[in-house]
Design a protein around this ligand. Sequence first.
Ligand SMILES: C[S@@+](CC[C@H](N)C(=O)[O-])C[C@H]1O[C@@H](n2cnc3c(N)ncnc32)[C@H](O)[C@@H]1O
Length: 258
Amino acid sequence: MPVRPRIRVRVREQVLYDKLWRLYDALVQREEYEPEAAFIIDTVRRHKTAPGNKLLDVGCGFGNLHLYLKSAFRITGVDASPTMLRVARKRNPDVTYRRGDVQSLRLRERYDVVTALDMLEYCLDYPSLERALANLARHLRPGGVLIFWMDVVKENFRQDRADVLAPPGEAPGFALFEYSYDPDPTDTVFQFVMLWVLREGRGLRVEVDDHTMGLFELKRVQDILARLGLAVSLFELDFSGEPFTELGPIFVCQRPAS
Ligand SMILES: C[S@@+](CC[C@H](N)C(=O)[O-])C[C@H]1O[C@@H](n2cnc3c(N)ncnc32)[C@H](O)[C@@H]1O
């Protein structure tokens, strides 16, 4: 008689940056951040007219990017999750980290570069996206540069998109199945479901983590940036060439040097 594996299933909402952080961390390869850092350093060099090198990274996660940016900038990392900040501090003891929410962020300092990478999708409607962008812009010095990107916008959203990811190496012990679907294309949100399958003794554990994410039109994002007085100097939906082929639009915005 074959032994049937025991399968334990748990469904929760938005636990990736808290309960499931170890899995997320094991999946992300730190070296993937090296080309992102090179892109940021080069973009800042071409677009910034402010003289300083202070960088504010909002929604900084584990601080992996900072490993490759900290030789070029004096970095302050901000995140809403205490767990992410704890890991980031351990990873980069020489970087300043603070807890903060992009919806209410008010730091005393101003920065030459502000980044918000893969985090504005957590705004669920245009008013909250505008509030977040206004808070990011308010922390920019004249002549400074704001860089942000979102993986998914209305224009590149793929209904029922599915991906399977696993950490490298043989028998890593878990895999992730990601699924995106939009039950109502007329609103500004979609569901991003992560299904983690983990070996647990002789059985399996399945963690379902359901995220509600924002889905915005490029034109409306550009309108917000114009209202905030920012000049969008680069805007690419298809960033061709490795390793950004999967990425959505990249926004590089300049705050005029008044
Ligand atoms: C997909 S991760 C991206 C992390 C990092 N920027 C990167 O590219 O690896 C999104 C991060 O945004 C943070 N976050 C989500 N909503 C936030 C908010 N309202 N204010 C600040 N951080 C937030 C999460 O805690 C998480 O660390």
